[in-house]
Design a protein around this ligand. Structure first.
Ligand code: IPE
Ligand code: IPE
Ligand code: MG
Length: 232
């Protein structure tokens, strides 16, 4: 099993447009997929799942859509916190806290604090997240902790990232047919395998996750080494 799976949940807008509905309807439907995938992933033995739900670039979208995405995060956390906690899930919200209102900050603090000792499953929601921003924030934290960036091992830097203590990403899945990273987990996905599917996020099923994991097992991961030992 990949130690850490990360998903770029894309295609909500196109899913809605195909149904002549507003984009926000696609996002609402996308939350149902989140519930299905979080439950399914933990049932099939995944231990760490990161979901990209709002990027630092998504601030360029219309105000009403941004507000809807913020409300959906709030509603999801408020309504599912107890269930997740009951299933021994540790929840982390990755990303910048800049621009978040006090009530949302309090909610994030509450969910992280409530679930911090849970051990069955790690659910990370990347919200107001950008990979470049995270690396800058991590660097600032390292400097504030008195560390010297000019003489620092990669392994010593990782604990300053939002994913401190979590394994590197083994598998990135992106839905909706787009084939790019869009500023997601730039550090952690340095050697991840990528799987792109045309399925739009609201249509994504646990079986699609299982197919991606099967395909992952057929990949030949080399980490810079030779794929076959050299013949003497
Ligand atoms: C993904 O769906 C959700 C977010 C980026 C917040 P989109 O809203 O990007 O949907 P498309 O790509 O326009 O179809
Ligand atoms: C990436 O999707 C961000 C999230 C899924 C939250 P976007 O739809 O924002 O990405 P681009 O703009 O197509 O690269
Ligand atoms: Mg998109």
């Amino acid at each position: 099993m990949p130690a850490h799976i990360a998903i770029i949940m894309d295609g909500n807008g196109r899913w809605a447009r195909a149904r002549h509905r507003p984009r926000v309807f696609g996002h609402t439907q996308g939350v149902k997929t989140v519930r299905r995938v979080v439950e399914g992933a933990s049932e099939i033995g995944v231990k760490c799942l990161t979901l990209y739900s709002f990027s630092t670039e998504n601030w360029t979208r219309p105000k009403a859509e941004i507000a809807a995405l913020f409300n959906l995060l709030r509603e999801y956390v408020e309504s599912d916190l107890e269930t997740l906690h009951g299933r021994n899930v540790r929840v982390r919200i990755l990303g910048s806290r800049k621009g978040l209102k006090p009530d949302l900050l309090a909610l994030i603090q509450r969910v992280e604090e409530t679930t911090k000792n849970n051990t069955a499953f790690n659910l990370n929601i990347a919200f107001n997240y950008g990979g470049r921003d995270e690396i800058l924030r991590a660097s600032a934290r390292a400097v504030a902790a008195g560390r010297d960036l000019s003489d620092m091992a990669e392994a010593d830097f990782a604990p300053f990232l939002d994913t401190a203590g979590l394994p590197d990403v083994d598998l990135v899945i992106r839905t909706s047919g787009e084939k790019r990273i869009s500023n997601f987990l730039l550090w952690q996905a340095a050697y991840a395998e990528f799987i792109f599917t045309d399925v739009l996020w609201p249509d994504f099923e646990v079986s699609d996750l299982q197919s991606a994991i099967s395909e992952f097992h057929n990949r030949d991961r080399r980490f810079g080494n030779l794929n076959t030992p050299e013949v003497a």
